[in-house]
Design a binder for this molecule. Structure first.
Ligand SMILES: [Cu+2]
Length: 464
């Protein structure tokens, strides 16, 4: 005679539940429910917003009821829950850029989850394993939805971080607005086939050159996420001593001054800035790339000097990313090229109707009901090195979902062994990105210049 322990009964209940018998979620499952945090409601909405002088811009998209999408704060290793409620007349999802989530939480429609129609909702729940600066955005009709505003910053806190005197988070992005302040066409095909279609109005936190107060002589932690669909930035700080302390959510092995540091869409910059001692002194974060340099935001020193020293700032804890076994790693060749072989498949997720780009000669926009074959099928737990080569005359910020890689080497420059999820590859560059395939599922890999992504520069890796 078998003895039914409590544990076995619960296993039976779980199996019955999975089979659709519909037992009530008592016991163990009730406990799980109680441990879950209250979900953050992220409801998409169309609003009017003041993005430039003159009339407010209509049909700006956000999460919430007014202003930019909220800065979401999570805690490293602690459960987080959010409910996406779709309040707009366009299917959508949320992707948590750079956060190593379980595959089902990754927000890619068709491949991973159904798209969420107007009036419907989808529940996301995960515990972010890494601390740092990340961001969130839809992964459906992205050029339109992100272009109209659906991009927000995520801060994953680590209680062991060194103490700063102030923190500023910047959401850096452009808008395609006409002289009347209203949206104009989100892209031009001839630009999509080049470096992408740039915005006409540039903002930080939806403002033109905002100013934030910070304690004089204090240490500021400045977090900036490039959430723009197109623009590559070159960062410089004027008026204060500054050091890059983290990039793309991970501490840098060696801190350095940002001297025209290039970062592309999807990437994040974390700076430690030592404010000047004099009250009223101004520090500016500038974009010095391209023909029209711009002050992105400024900090103003207030109060008596705290007389802090950048060199007193302790290290940031490294994130628990598995170390790639370079000697045992298998290689994944990956060539980025321009192509015009065929037209990208149509999709409810916003096909642009062109095919300008390809990965290993296959163009795919990334969110169609008939995915292409995976770029590679990876064995769970095995180390891999992506041998990525840029055969195009343009830079591409290539983003891998679900796993972080280590930058091992480049054919054109000395690189730090950065841990990252997005690599800005330059024309004619070859780069080696090593990682352990430790997160099962199908993971997109695509250019984060959204016009490139949506006109073919997308593929995916299957880990099983
Ligand atoms: Cu690209």
């Amino acid at each position: 005679m078998s003895v039914f322990t409590r544990r076995r009964l619960l296993q039976g209940a779980a199996a019955a539940g999975a089979a659709g018998i519909g037992l009530s979620t008592a016991g163990k499952f009730a406990g799980w429910a109680a441990a879950k945090p209250e979900p953050l409601i992220l409801k998409t909405a169309g609003i009017a917003a003041q993005l430039m002088a003159g009339a407010p811009t209509k049909n700006v998209l956000t999460y919430g009821e007014a202003g930019p999408p909220p800065v979401i704060r999570m805690k490293k290793g602690k459960p987080f829950a959010a409910r996406l409620v779709n309040g707009i007349d366009d299917p959508t999802t949320i992707h948590w850029h750079g956060i190593r989530v379980p595959n089902k939480m990754d927000g890619v429609p068709f491949m991973i989850q159904p798209y969420v129609y107007q009036g419907d909702h989808f529940d996301y729940a995960f515990a972010p394993p890494d601390a740092g600066t990340f961001w969130y955005h839809p992964h459906c009709n992205t050029l339109e939805q992100m272009g109209h505003g659906l991009t927000g910053v995520i801060v994953v806190e680590n209680p062991n971080d060194p103490a700063f005197d102030a923190e500023v988070a910047l959401n850096l992005r452009d808008w395609r607005l006409g002289d009347d302040g209203q949206f104009i066409a989100q892209f031009r095909p001839r630009d999509a086939a080049r470096s992408g279609t740039y915005g006409t109005v540039r903002t930080a936190n939806w403002l033109d050159q905002p100013q934030y107060d910070a304690p004089a002589g204090g240490l500021v932690r400045l977090r900036a996420a490039i959430t723009d669909v197109t623009r590559i930035y070159g960062f410089r700080v004027d008026g204060a001593e500054a050091a890059v302390i983290a990039l793309d959510g991970n501490p840098v092995p060696q801190r350095f001054a940002p001297d025209a540091l290039q970062l592309g869409p999807g990437q994040r910059l974390e700076l430690a800035i030592r404010m000047p001692d004099d009250e009223g002194a101004i520090v500016s974060l500038r974009d010095v790339r391209g023909t029209k340099p711009k002050v992105l935001a400024t900090l103003r020193a207030v109060g008596q000097s705290l007389k802090r020293d950048l060199r007193d700032l302790g290290p940031l804890e490294s994130n628990p990313v598995a170390e790639v076994d370079v000697a045992a790693a298998r290689r994944i060749p990956l060539a980025l090229s321009a192509t015009a072989e065929n037209v990208a498949a149509d999709s409810i997720c916003g096909s642009l109707g062109y095919s300008f780009w390809a990965i290993n000669k296959v163009p795919w926009p990334g969110d169609t009901p008939d995915p292409t074959a995976p770029l590679a099928e990876l064995k769970l737990g095995q180390s891999y090195i992506i041998d990525m080569e840029n055969l195009t005359p343009h830079a591409h910020p290539i983003h891998l979902h679900g796993m972080s890689f280590k930058v091992l080497s480049s054919s054109t420059r000395a690189v730090q062994p950065l841990i990252s999820d997005t690599y800005l590859i330059q024309p004619d560059e070859k780069v080696q990105l090593g990682f352990v395939a430790d997160n099962p599922g199908d993971w997109l890999l695509h250019c984060h210049i959204i016009e490139h992504q949506k006109t073919g520069m997308t593929s995916y890796l299957r880990v099983a």
